[in-house]
Design a protein around this ligand. Sequence first.
Ligand code: SF4
Ligand code: SF4
Ligand code: FES
Length: 480
Amino acid sequence: MAVKITVNGQILEVDENMSILEACTANGIRIPTLCYLKELDPHASCRLCVVQVEGMRTFQPSCATKVREGMVIHTDTEEIRRNRKLTLEMIMAHHPVDCHHCLRLGSSKEEDLDPKFCEMCFWCDCVRDGICELQKLNREYHVDRLPFNIDGYRYDLDTSLGSVCRDPNKCIKCRRCVDVCNEVQSVHNLAMFARGQDTRVTAAMDKPMAESPCVRCGRCVDVCPTGAVFMKENIDKMLFYAHSYSNKTIGMVSTSLVKDLEKLNNMEEGTLDIHRVIGGMKKIGVDQVVSEDMAIGASKKAAEEIIEKANGKVILSNSFAVKNFVETKYPELADQITYYPSVQQSFAKIAEDLGKQLGYDTAKLKTVVFTANNENGAEAKECHSVDFSMNAREVYRTFRRTGVEVKVEPPVDALKMCVDPKCADSAVIGPVAFNYEKEPEVIRMQGKVAAVAHNLGQCAKLLDEVKAGTSAYDIIRLCA
Ligand code: SF4
Ligand code: SF4
Ligand code: FES
């Protein structure tokens, strides 16, 4: 049912099940948020989204307050802005300021807000510098001087995995990572620990990540609004090889990168041309850039062969994080799962063959995967299938540092590679996008029923059924 509310003097008709935040967002009224993730239940922990509801004594978190008939709401008064600024100042009182060392970055002056500046200077340590949700709000609310003593470095960095890293000092306790790790991925590695000022996110039993049950899916990295969880960066090393005359580099670019790069560059969806991204990669010195089609084709072919040969039910995966998940949570099912080469492994083989064809010294060949999927970074680190894997944030920061402007770079085609035409195009074996759903996708094909898991929670559901002997699927594909 629809209800009528008034927001900043404007009358809106919205669904009665919406929160104030959802109703405002749907009507183009922006309210700042730090902890809210639209796919998960709100915890209302950051208090940035507060609004004033007439008749209520205190400000209300708009993410966790439902609309009601006749509500009169104000989202952007002087008083609300002051309250949000105070909230930000209190967050910053316990936050390292390695992006505020620089006078310019601590400034909210219009001319200092160009992120290009901060990526050109090498002073700031934070991996999210210039692309941090907290930093962006500090600028918007003019948090230039902090009225509190900064107590920013209380905890050690955890880089023990060499891929998924944690800096608890930068955590704003929004719980996004905890919810994704527990509720969506079913890994149950991250948790809130201790109380009050000492509250922090820890890996299981407060152990270093390398000793925890983390499966390196990297989904916590995707949702963290600050630099508190991040993938270890390889920008300097990658640039060294890309610039070196004695080494050759071959890269593979994934189309999944484009959406993230659009967001990071404040571009409208669908406006970034991947050929300009490839142009940028060539400009920083990557000798050859191939599209992911051939590697995906090779990986699909391997999956298709497994399904064809299967005599009865088959469970298959080409995911590094799924393998870790099964080993940690379902060791008794490990030998029932058939693993086939990941897209990254397929690319490594293609790059080697291509290097030989082009007459490169393959001993000095470096391979790099540009992808939105953080799992690839951990796979590269632990399996050494490729030399580097860079996510969209790293690509963005690399481009900033090297003066590449993706919006205007001359477009370049990826190296044309032949894709095996015999591989059937099927949703069961094709690329799978992560989602927040609880239920796996069910596909019916050629008299068979297949289930495809788009996250580890869905994998757990399917594996529980296999364990209990109640699985109704002929084919199960597990993705993380
Ligand atoms: S990488 Fe995945 S498993 Fe590890 S802590 Fe993050 S969400 Fe949990
Ligand atoms: S580590 Fe990041 S995502 Fe997790 S609670 Fe802290 S700020 Fe939020
Ligand atoms: S977004 Fe509502 S409290 Fe954080």
